[in-house]
Design a protein around this ligand. Structure first.
Ligand SMILES: NC(=O)C1=CN([C@@H]2O[C@H](COP(=O)(O)OP(=O)(O)OC[C@H]3O[C@@H](n4cnc5c(N)ncnc54)[C@H](OP(=O)(O)O)[C@@H]3O)[C@@H](O)[C@H]2O)C=CC1
Ligand SMILES: O=C(O)CCC(=O)C(=O)O
Length: 458
């Protein structure tokens, strides 16, 4: 069985023609080698993905050289490792673990680790590219990466998850590090997995290295405010966008898809700011109350693993997941997985503002439909950047051995989110662009500028 394979490309030998390739339009006739026997997906980023089509749109606006676009559309390094784990029943199972390092021109690769059954190399590649634009847009000194394992973590015991995480980390030891590539939580992972990663990495290098991951527990160098940071950033971005539209957050009606780390924190903070969260969902289904839900009650209810579909409280109507996306509300917040707002439902979205708390929740076609209908979309690379911003603050605190109170962390987050929103709005206004291409042109432009200064096209 394949033990590990690192693809580093840039030279012609790293490309081949493959029949089913859907290529970046700027890279006609070629696509990347995909010789990972165990991987169902090729490692290149498909232009049908939002990330690539948005890069192309930004490249056209910025009039970038096609060769530069090829560099930007290509992950720098792609790593797939096999992760053998002895399960509790004594049998060995082998999982495929991926880490895609898209670009490090602005600093160490940075991005989450996802544990979900649908993880593929292609998905991770797309998400890695999004991280590059997100960090560039936010002005933090990181490149982009993402990783993951195709596994349903809810079907593994804690012991199995620990062995899986430690083995995966051991395989990545030479490829991650506080100045190289810094993982963080994403779907299906959290502080517990980050602690295991940090410990495994530290044992292998012989000393504690808290800076190798972010999103750690506080006791080993985590930052106050990181757990709620993505949700808090979502609320800040929403408040700014509503303000631009002449609307107030207080009293605004909000529907949130996904009640995990991001959706739950966002819902709680929306409620604290006087917004009315009228609908929530998880993978089991959703709940709806046009007068507003009690978010603390919902959070308490799911704390022991209960599912929203079983929510027992009066005045709350159960709804199917697709229904949530088309409810009448001011703000729709997809906070679950990719490709939720599609050609099939975009025309029925009734929110005035879509705030992408999830990465890539809107397909390219849906984005076009929403744009035509005048629905404002706050793009993922801006809306959900609060997580990586506080990861950056955690890394800075760790490197300086000086830890801040939560108020200071939240103030810095507020400053960075408000600043980024203002830059995107200014770009959108000046060049008459929707917010997504405005954000992309800023982010891509910053990366290209860094490439030019560093002279990375020898
Ligand atoms: N964690 C972070 O700091 C950041 C996360 N993000 C993005 O935010 C999104 C959510 O991440 P996070 O909250 O960390 O992940 P979690 O694993 O903590 O939560 C995911 C949530 O989405 C729900 N969900 C999954 N599928 C559906 C569906 N079809 N309909 C409704 N709900 C669904 C899950 O329900 P169930 O439990 O039933 O599966 C769960 O409630 C992802 O796109 C992630 O990449 C972006 C920036 C930072
Ligand atoms: O906190 C981080 O470093 C990355 C979070 C992440 O994966 C994301 O923003 O999508």
């Amino acid at each position: 069985m394949l033990r590990s394979l690192t693809l580093a490309w840039g030279g012609d030998q790293c490309f081949c023609n493959i029949e089913y390739s859907c290529l970046n339009p700027f890279v006609k006739g070629r696509s990347m080698v995909t010789s990972l026997n165990d991987s169902p997906s090729p490692a290149y980023i498909c232009p049908n993905d939002m990330a690539c089509s948005n890069l192309d749109r930004a490249a056209q606006i910025l009039r970038l050289d096609p060769g530069v676009v090829e560099v930007l559309g290509t992950p720098h390094r792609v790593l797939t490792v096999s992760v053998p784990v002895r399960m509790d029943n004594g049998r060995i199972r082998v999982f495929a673990g991926h880490r895609v390092q898209h670009c490090n021109v602005l600093g160490p690769y940075k991005g989450g680790m996802r544990y979900h059954p649908d993880v593929t190399l292609r998905e991770v590649s797309t998400l890695a590219m999004l991280m590059t634009w997100k960090c560039a847009l936010m002005g933090i000194p990181y490149g982009g990466a993402k990783g993951g394992i195709a596994v349903n973590p809810t079907t593994l015991s804690v012991g199995e998850l620990e062995r899986l995480t430690r083995r995966f980390t051991s395989e990545l030891v030479r490829d991650i590090g506080p100045q190289i590539d810094i993982p963080a939580p994403d779907v299906g992972t959290g502080p517990r997995e980050m602690a295991w990663m940090m410990d495994t990495y530290s044992m292998s290098i012989g000393h504690a290295s808290p800076g190798v991951v972010t999103g750690k527990p506080l006791s080993i160098g985590g930052s106050k405010g990181r757990d709620a940071a993505t949700g808090r950033g979502v609320v800040i971005a929403t408040r700014e966008a509503l303000d631009t539209a002449g609307l107030a957050l207080r009293g605004a009606t909000i529907a949130i898809q996904g009640f995990g780390k991001v959706g739950k924190a966002a819902a709680l903070i929306f409620q604290q700011h006087g917004a009315r969260v009228i609908a929530l969902s998880d993978g089991s289904g959703g709940i709806y109350n046009p007068d507003g839900l009690d978010i603390e009650q919902a959070a308490d209810f799911v704390r022991d693993g209960s599912r929203l579909a079983q929510y027992p409280f009066p005045g709350v109507k159960p709804i199917a997941n697709p229904e949530l996306l088309t409810l009448p509300c001011d703000v729709l917040v997809p906070a679950a997985l990719e490709h939720q707002i599609t050609e099939a439902n975009a025309a029925r979205v009734r929110a005035r503002l879509v705030v992408e708390a999830a990465n890539a929740p809107t397909t390219m076609e849906a984005d076009r439909i929403l744009e035509e209908r005048g629905v404002t979309v706050l793009p993922d690379i801006l809306a959900n950047a609060g997580g990586v911003v506080v990861s950056y603050l955690e890394w800075v605190q760790g490197l300086s051995y000086l830890f801040w109170d939560e108020e200071k962390v939240n103030l810095e987050l507020e400053k960075l989110m408000v600043g980024a929103y203002a830059r995107v709005l200014q770009q959108a206004t000046q060049f008459r662009l929707p917010l997504r291409p405005a954000a992309y042109t800023l982010a891509v432009g910053r990366v290209v500028e860094a490439f030019n200064h560093r002279g990375l096209y020898p």
